[in-house]
Each structure stands twice: as C-alpha cells, then as structure tokens.
Design a protein around this ligand. Structure first.
Ligand SMILES: Cc1ncc(COP(=O)(O)O)c(C=O)c1O
Length: 488
C-alpha cells in the first residue's frame, strides 16, 4: 500500500509542477532549496521571490497582446499595478522593471508615487490611476501631482463631489475616469457596490457635471468586479452591462478612449488550480470589440489593475511544527511556531486557502491533522485545503522537525496584518527574506526585516524598555557577584 506523503500528492495532483519540485524528500520552490533557506535563516520566516512578479506581469502582457492580435483589436493594453496589494519598495522596484503603470487607493500612495519619481523609476508618462473615495489629503496629493505636470495622473471619480474638490485644488486641466458601481453577485449581502456611481447614473452625471467643465475631460470608464474575473454568467453579464454604458457614453463624449477592467485575476491557491487565463483575456477582448462594433464606436484602450496577480505568487511563509497535541481520538493539533491570524490574516478573516505543503520528510507516512497557531485565540487555526476539507502532513515525530510552507501569500497579508505593528498575543512578526536571481540564475537572498523583538512590541505599547534592560544588567551583576563569592 502506498502510504507516504509523496504518494498522496502524486495520486491527487499532477506533480511535480513548474514551481514545486522535490529534491529527494525536500521541496524546492522555483529552484529555491527551502531547507537551505530554513537552515540559514531559521523559522518562522516569510519570503518574497521577486522574479515571479516580473514573470506574471509579462505573462499577462503577452496574453493581452496575443488577444489583441487575434481579434484585430485596434486599442492598446496598459498594465497597472494595484499598490495596495503590497506597497513595499522592493515590490514596486521589481514591478516597474516591466514598463508598467500604477493604481493608487489613498493619500499616502501619492507620496510613494512622488518618491518613485524622485528616484527616476517613473515619469510623467506613467499612468497614475487614482481610485478610492477621495477626501482632504488624498485630493490635495492628487492635485499636487497634477499641478506638478503629471499629465497621466487620472483620478477615477468615485462620487459626485470629487470633481469639484479636485478642481478647487488644481490650476491645470486634467483627465478623469468614472467608476461604475457594479451590481454584486446575488448571494452577496448588498446589491450594489458602495464604490463608484451606479450604471444608470453615469451618462446623466457626465452630461451634468463633466461635459461643460472646461478643466476636465473624461478619458476612462472604470469597471471592477469585486468577486474577480471569472468565467461565469455573472461576470459576462456585468461586462455586457458595462459595455452598454461605455458605448452610450462614447457617443456623448468623444474624449472617452479607455476602459479599465480593474483587478481580480485569480492566483494559484491549490495544486489543482485550473484557470485558463489566455481564454479569459481573449474572450474579454472579443466581447468588448463585439459591443463596440455593434454600436459603431471605436474600441477603447484597455487598462488592468492586477494586485494579487502581480504579487501574490511571489510570497510565502514557512513555519516549524513545534509539537503535536492529541485532544481526542480523532483530532491531532500540529502547533506551529507562529500565528495564522497575524502572519496570513486572510486565512482567518475570510477563510482564504493557500497552497500548503511540507518542506521536508515527503517520503514518510502521513496523517490527518489540524494546524494550530500560537495565539490563545480559538480561531487561530487552519484546517482545510482548497481541494479537500482536511489537511494531511507527514507524521509528527518529536525527533525529526517538520517544516511547512504556505505559498502564494504575497498579496495583502502584510497590510491587513499591520506589518511592523502590534501582534495578537504579542507573537512576534517573523523575519522577512527577499529572494532574487542574478543574471546567471543564481539564487540571492537577503534579510528585509528581522523578527520583531520584545523591545519593538513594548515600545509600541508605551513601555520604557530601558527599565527591563537595567534590571537585567543588575541581575547579571548580582549573579556574577554571587558566583565570585561562592568561588572564594
Ligand atoms: C479598484 C481596484 N482595482 C484593483 C484591485 C486589485 O484587485 P486584485 O488584487 O484582486 O487584482 C482592487 C482590489 O480591491 C480594487 O479595489
């Protein structure tokens, strides 16, 4: 009978896969020897594998270019990175190697844009698509960018007041977009997204507030489906509704030239992940072209703002199984040396599933387990994978450490987890390692941030950590004196 962990994986999935391969009984990810990473840096650790960011950007660009050619589409494609999925400089540095544009969501995002400009990493030609509900500081920052000649800064109007608020702050003419408030999927708790302006109100809003405003010209219609770009009737129906608004608006507004289909490209969340990106893009381009052809209007340039897709598959987290608690005949809890709630908060907040695999001991027998985090919160656990309502791992053995990895965790987890801040039960935030490849394909690693210390957390909490240090020094001095007097 086949009872080893490797057998389970080989019987369940096509394995090995492009990024996951075994070297004897140890897992490699994109050619990175994860056990070596563990041996160098210890666990828990989080990592970012930078080359995957460029890889995914170029995959998407190629799919769009292919679809544009296939359908003889006369518009161009612009890839924007949605910064809120990971604002870190190393992420933007990598993404910006690929001639892309940026989507922002809040005031401080504009400070990041200005910082990147000062470093020469972007120029006035880089599109800065400003989404989000805009007030005070965000309005001021957007206006500053426009006043400083950033001609490709495009605020996406989210509510009726924003145009006037931006106009009051800027002396220059500028281009804008309007966000359509999509209708949510029927199972949602509300009908219409709170973001944007309802379908029916877009053309009247244009006529009333934009058409005769000499300072602004409408360039873009923005359409983002919260639940993502999926091959289901809901998505296609919403896209059709969006296109019907686009063609009506285009007939009223000749400056309209672009359609932004937002983010929402899925990422691999299981070894069984099966999503035909190429088909989806081809079909989206095809549908947009058909709607425009039928209405006799020019096709728009296409923009996307992929967040998860850009950065998600570059990230991972590695933990050690510290101990196994058998709480009854059936439930074995493998306790990890960190917390799910704080390090991959979406597992707890929205029950999101990531690829989870052991790093070592693949040739050993497996068992069904539950994974527990170190906080005392009863919700700090992980108990199922995307494809199955259970978790299997090599059998716990006190004498042989077991390491587990969560993969494709690179989007949103740091900002939702409050990177660098207070952590639940004061379980410190793990170290973060950046992984890159040189031109010869050698793996390069460096520490981006160390594991949080007691001092880090106590200072956030307002305690004077020096008191602890003085007390510890006194204790050491006392013990040294005692040792000395005992030795006399
Ligand atoms: C307006 C907008 N664009 C893009 C994105 C990125 O979505 P994703 O990370 O699913 O690609 C979001 C995410 O919330 C968004 O609100």
């Amino acid at each position: 009978m086949k009872t080893k962990y490797i057998d389970l994986i080989e019987q369940t999935f096509d394995f090995p896969q492009e990024e996951f391969k075994l070297n004897e009984d140890q897992l490699h990810f994109h050619g990175i020897d994860l056990m070596e990473l563990i041996n160098i840096y210890g666990t828990p650790l989080k990592f970012t594998y930078l080359p995957k960011i460029s890889d995914n950007i170029n995959r998407a660009k190629n799919w769009f270019n292919k679809a544009i050619e296939q359908h003889n589409y006369k518009g161009a494609y612009y890839y924007c990175y949605c910064t809120k999925s990971a604002h870190f400089q190393h992420i933007l540095d990598e993404a910006l190697k690929n001639n892309i544009h940026i989507e922002t969501s809040s005031a401080f995002d504009i400070d990041i844009v200005e910082n990147l400009k000062l470093q020469g990493k972007i120029t006035n030609d880089t599109y800065i698509i400003c989404n989000g509900f805009k007030r005070d500081q965000y309005i001021k920052n957007i206006a500053r960018l426009i006043n400083n000649e950033h001609k490709n800064c495009i605020p996406i109007i989210d509510n009726y007041e924003e145009i006037n608020l931006i106009c009051e702050e800027t002396t220059k003419n500028f281009e804008i977009g309007i966000r359509i408030a999509s209708e949510e999927e029927p199972k949602f708790e509300f009908y219409t997204s709170r973001l944007g302006i309802g379908y029916k109100n877009i053309v009247p809003f244009y006529k009333e507030s934009i058409k005769n405003n000499t300072q602004v010209s409408l360039k873009m219609l923005h359409f983002f489906i919260n639940t993502g770009i999926k091959d289901n009737s809901y998505y296609w129906n919403e896209l059709r509704k969006c296109m019907s608004v686009y063609v009506k608006l285009k007939k009223e507004c000749p400056s309209l030239s672009s359609l932004n289909i937002g983010g929402g490209f899925p990422i691999k969340n299981s070894l069984a992940f099966d999503y035909d990106y190429e088909y989806m893009i081809s079909e989206i381009v095809n549908q947009i072209k058909q709607s425009c052809d039928e209405a006799g209007v020019e096709v728009p340039n296409l923009f996307t703002e992929f967040g998860s897709f850009t950065v998600g598959e570059s990230g991972g987290a590695i933990y050690e199984v510290l101990y196994q608690k058998q709480q009854n005949d059936r439930e074995k809890w493998n306790m990890i040396n960190s917390s799910f709630i704080t390090t991959i908060p979406d597992t707890w907040a929205i029950n999101k599933r990531f690829i989870m695999l052991p790093i070592n001991r693949w040739n050993e027998n497996y068992e069904r387990v539950l994974l527990g985090g170190l906080t005392c919160d009863s919700d700090d656990y992980y108990n199922s994978e995307q494809h199955i309502n259970a978790i299997y791992l090599p059998k716990y053995d006190k004498e042989q450490p077991l390491y587990i990895g969560f993969f494709n965790t690179g989007a949103y987890q740091e900002s939702i987890g409050g990177y660098g801040g207070l952590q639940h039960c004061l379980i410190p935030q793990p170290k973060h390692i950046i992984i890159d490849k040189d031109t010869k394909g050698n793996i390069l690693t460096s520490i981006f941030s160390k594991q949080q210390t007691s001092e880090d957390l106590l200072s956030i909490l307002g305690y004077d950590f020096k008191l602890n240090q003085i007390s510890k020094k006194k204790e050491i001095a006392k013990n040294t004196m005692l040792d000395y007097s005992n030795s006399l």
